[in-house]
Unconditional design. Structure first.
Length: 231
């Protein structure tokens, strides 16, 4: 799975990033690392929910993969306007908006596919990655992914969570991770585009925590009228 993200700034500057994700594991092929900076080390503001050991991992896998992208945006403000284009073998998706909004799409994809044990729960969503997804689209994909996981668990003899009771706990952990990760990014210094892009992602995590399952399911219930008929 290949994704080419291109960011075109109003002054003519362009930044391009190529992501290659395994078809079988949905793990991201390691991205180039320009330099070994302190903020990338595992123990630098290590997330409170992180389960990795510094004796086995010298660097945060997410920070290491993000460094290539974030180093290019660290001197930009989040409100700067860009046109972002994502090219895959099947389609081209384009969006004009703030750098914060557009960059959060590729940042989210990198974070979910870098092998972080906390964010691994989101890795299956990379299979149907939707660049620049809005809140409703993100929740729909998250719930669909979660329920697919329950069907697979049941097929393997494990206990499924059909009542979606554990979603709040999952997204609560992700919210804590995102908050900790913004502290790590302060070590990158520069301006605010990178940090605000992470904060944008955290809004989606908080949305999942506070609206699932009852409010959101009530909102979309009408879509599934054909499934609610007896027989």
């Amino acid at each position: 799975m290949e994704y080419a993200y291109e960011f075109a700034f109003e002054n003519g500057r362009k930044e391009t990033f190529a992501l290659s994700i395994s078809d079988t594991t949905l793990l991201l092929a390691p991205l180039p690392v320009d330099s070994d900076e302190e903020w990338m080390q595992l123990t630098f503001h290590q997330c409170s929910v992180c389960t990795l050991s510094s004796s086995e991992h010298t660097h945060c896998p997410v920070a290491k993969n993000l460094s290539y992208l974030l180093s290019r945006f660290k001197n930009n403000f989040s409100h700067e306007t860009v046109t972002a284009r994502v090219t895959t073998k099947d389609r081209i998706t384009e969006k004009t908006g703030s750098l914060e909004t557009c960059a959060s799409s590729i940042i989210g994809l990198i974070m979910a596919t870098s092998g972080c044990p906390v964010l691994d729960i989101l890795r299956p969503m990379a299979y149907t990655h939707l660049p620049f997804a809005n809140e409703d689209e993100t929740i729909f994909r998250a719930v669909s992914t979660y329920l697919t996981a329950q069907a697979i668990k049941e097929s393997q003899g494990l206990k499924p969570d059909w009542e979606i009771k554990n979603v709040a706990d999952i997204y609560s952990g992700i919210t804590r991770l995102n908050a900790n990760f913004t502290e790590r990014l302060r070590g990158l210094r520069g301006k605010d585009a990178n940090i605000n892009a992470i904060i944008s992602l955290d809004l989606f995590a908080q949305l999942g925590t506070f609206t699932l399952p009852t409010e959101w399911m009530e909102q979309v219930k009408g879509f599934f009228a054909s499934y609610l008929k007896d027989g």
